[in-house]
Design a protein around this ligand. Structure first.
Ligand code: DQQ
Length: 536
C-alpha cells in the first residue's frame, strides 16, 4: 500500500479517496467532535460538492458517516458549499451553509439535525424556508460572490448575528445579517467590516479571544476581557489573513487594532499552504480550535493518478499572544498520543556546515521539536530596507552552504533521502534590522523532490521575537507529503506539501543542520516516531 501510495498521510485527516477542500461546521456535541468538509464523491478534482462527515472523540482518530448535506432542494441543487455550525440554546446544533441555486446564484441555507438523540448527528433536515439569505436586485449583493456564513453569535439584545463573505468590485466585504429566530434573517444596513483592494473574502471567521491566558471563549462573548479576530480567506492569493481588533455589538462594527496591516501583506495563520480555515469553541476543553485545508502542490495529472487531493491540517489551539498583536497556534495536545520511541539530543554544537542525524525515528512520520542557542549576534547580516518580503528573502537566500549568512540558516532537514538528493529544509536566519534583530523562518521545498511536476515554492515569515532573550525553537509535524512547522512556540507557522521520490517509507532521514558561519548550539532536540491514526 505504502509502496504505491507513498504520499498518503498517516495522521492527517483524509478520506480514502477523491477531492476534499474546506473544513465545514466543526463543532463538539455531546462529547463528540464533528468535522464536515467539502468533498467531490466523483473524483480527485473539485466539483459535485457535498458535505462529507466524520466524527471523533479525540480529534485524531475519525469515523466516517454518510454525507450530511448534499444537493436536494432548489436552493442547493448545484452544490452545497461552505458553512458553519452554531449551537443554539438547549444544545441544538444548526448549520448555515451556502447553496448554489438553479440560476447558479449563491444563497444561504439552514439545516438542523433530524434526531438530536443521535450523538453522531448523521441525518440533517433542511429548512423549508430556504434560502434564508439571497441576493436581490435591491440589496446590492453580487450573486456570484456571496458565500460561507460563519458561526452565528447572539448579542446581549437576544438577536443573532452572522456574517457572509462577499465583494463589490475589489472591496472585500463581511455582509451582516440579524435574526430573532435563526430562520428569518434581515440584512444589516452596513457590513461588519470591509476593506478596499482585497478582493473576495471567502470563509470569514469572527471570534473573541481572551486578552490573557490560553483559554478559549464562546463565540458570543464580548466586552473588555476579550479582543476579536476577523479572519478572511483571500480568493486572489489563497491566503488566510487576519486582524485582531474590537467588536462593538451595539453598532455591529469591527475595528482592527491600530497599526494592523489590512491587505494581502497582513498577518497570516500560515505562511505556506493553508486555506479556508475556521475555528470552533471546544466547550469540553475550553479552548478555541482551528481547522484548515491544505491543498496539494502536485500536478492535477498526479492527483488523478493517485486518486485523491487535499488534506486537513492538524487542528490547532489558538489564543492571543501576550503582545495582544497576534495569535499563537499550537497543535492540539491530543496529537501527542501518537508519539512513540522518543529520541533525544542535547547540547550539541553545530559548526558551519555541520549536519547531525536524529537516528531511530520513522522520519517519514514524525514529530520533532528542536531549540537553538545562538552565541553571538554581532556578525548578523544587515537587513537591507528593501528586503521586505520574507518569502522572497527565503528563496533568494536559500539554505545551501554557498549562500550562508553568519547567523543561520540553521534548522531541520526533513523528508531527506539517504544521499540528501532530496530534502525539505525548515530553518531560521537572523538579521540585524534598524533597531532590533530580525528573525526569518523559511520552509524551502526547492530540493524536496526529483519530480519536477510539483510546485516547490519556498515559503517564509518574519517572526516577532527577540532572539537575544529567547532560544529559537521549531516544531515540525512530518507526515509523508506534508510538513507543518511551528516557529517560536507557535508565533509563526508554515505548512508545505512535498512529494519525495527517494525519501519515502523507510528510506527517510531527519537531520539538524547549520549553514551559518557562526556556530549554534542545539540545546535540545526531541523527535518521536508517530503512530498511524485510525482515519476514516
Ligand atoms: N470553497 C467553497 C466555497 C468557498 C471556497 C466551495 C473556499 O464556499 O468560498 O467548495 O475554498
Amino acid at each position: 500500500h505504502h509502496h504505491q501510495q507513498p504520499h498518503r498521510t498517516s495522521y492527517h485527516f483524509q478520506p480514502p479517496k477523491n477531492w476534499i477542500n474546506d473544513p465545514n461546521g466543526p463543532m463538539i456535541y455531546k462529547g463528540i467532535y464533528h468535522l464536515f468538509y467539502q468533498y467531490n464523491p466523483k473524483g480527485a478534482v473539485w466539483g459535485n460538492i457535498v458535505w462529507a462527515h466524520s466524527t471523533s472523540t479525540d480529534l485524531i482518530n475519525w469515523e466516517p458517516h454518510d454525507h450530511a448535506i448534499y444537493p436536494s432542494q432548489p436552493s442547493d441543487i448545484n452544490g452545497c458549499w461552505s458553512g458553519s455550525a452554531t449551537i443554539l440554546p438547549g444544545e441544538k446544533p444548526a448549520i448555515l451553509y451556502t447553496g448554489i441555486n438553479p440560476k447558479n446564484q449563491q444563497v444561504q441555507n439552514l439545516a438542523v439535525p433530524k434526531n438530536l438523540s443521535d450523538p453522531y448527528l448523521r441525518e440533517w433536515v433542511k429548512s423549508p424556508n430556504n434560502p434564508l439569505m439571497a441576493p436581490t436586485p435591491q440589496n446590492h449583493i453580487n450573486a456570484s460572490s456571496f458565500r460561507d456564513p460563519t458561526t452565528a453569535w447572539i448579542g446581549p439584545d437576544g438577536e443573532w448575528r452572522v456574517i457572509v463573505g462577499s465583494k463589490l468590485d475589489a472591496r472585500g466585504l463581511a455582509v451582516m445579517y440579524r435574526s430573532k429566530d435563526f430562520v428569518k434573517w434581515n440584512q444589516v444596513d452596513h457590513p461588519l467590516h470591509y476593506k478596499d483592494g482585497m478582493g473576495m473574502w471567502e470563509c470569514p471567521d469572527f471570534f473573541p479571544v481572551a486578552k490573557t491566558g490560553r483559554k478559549g471563549v464562546e463565540t458570543r462573548v464580548y466586552g473588555s476581557q476579550v479582543k476579536h479576530v476577523l479572519k478572511v480567506s483571500l480568493d486572489d492569493t489563497k491566503h488566510d489573513v487576519y486582524t485582531v481588533g474590537t467588536y462593538n455589538w451595539q453598532k455591529d462594527i469591527y475595528i482592527p487594532n491600530k497599526g494592523s496591516i489590512e491587505s494581502y501583506n497582513g498577518l497570516r495563520y500560515d505562511y505556506g499552504k493553508y486555506y479556508a480555515s475556521k475555528t470552533f469553541f471546544d466547550s469540553q476543553k475550553k479552548r478555541r480550535v482551528l481547522w484548515g485545508w491544505v491543498n496539494e502542490s502536485s500536478s492535477v495529472d498526479d492527483d488523478i493518478k493517485k486518486g485523491w487531493s487535499g488534506v486537513q491540517a492538524i487542528p490547532r489551539a489558538v489564543w492571543l499572544d501576550a503582545s495582544g498583536k497576534q495569535l499563537i497556534q499550537w497543535p492540539v495536545v491530543e496529537i501527542q498520543k501518537l508519539r512513540n520511541n522518543k529520541v533525544k539530543l542535547t547540547n550539541e554544537v553545530l559548526k558551519k556546515g555541520s549536519i547531525v542525524e536524529a537516528k531511530g525515528v520513522t522520519a517519514a512520520q514524525a514529530d520533532v521539536e528542536i531549540s537553538f542557542k545562538v552565541e553571538n549576534f554581532k556578525k548578523a547580516e544587515i537587513l537591507k530596507p528593501e528586503w521586505k518580503d520574507p518569502q522572497l528573502l527565503c528563496s533568494q537566500k536559500g539554505t545551501s552552504t554557498t549562500k550562508s549568512g553568519s547567523v543561520g540558516p540553521f534548522g531541520l532537514l526533513v523528508l531527506a533521502s539517504n544521499d540528501l538528493k532530496e530534502y525539505t529544509s525548515v530553518s531560521f536566519r537572523v538579521f540585524k534590522g534598524q533597531h532590533k534583530y530580525v528573525v526569518l523562518m523559511c520552509s524551502d521545498q526547492s530540493r524536496s523532490s526529483l519530480n519536477s511536476n510539483n510546485d516547490k515554492t519556498t515559503y517564509g515569515a518574519f517572526l516577532d521575537v527577540d532572539p537575544t532573550r529567547e532560544n529559537l525553537s521549531l516544531r515540525s509535524l512530518i507526515d509523508h507529503s506534508i510538513v507543518e512547522s511551528f516557529g517560536i512556540k507557535g508565533k509563526g507557522c508554515i505548512t508545505a506539501r512535498v512529494y519525495p521520490t527517494l525519501a519515502i517509507g523507510d528510506s527517510v532521514g531527519l537531520y539538524a543542520f547549520n549553514n551559518g558561519t557562526d556556530s549554534v548550539t542545539i540545546t535540545k532536540l526531541t523527535a518521536w516516531s508517530m503512530k498511524k491514526a485510525l482515519i476514516n
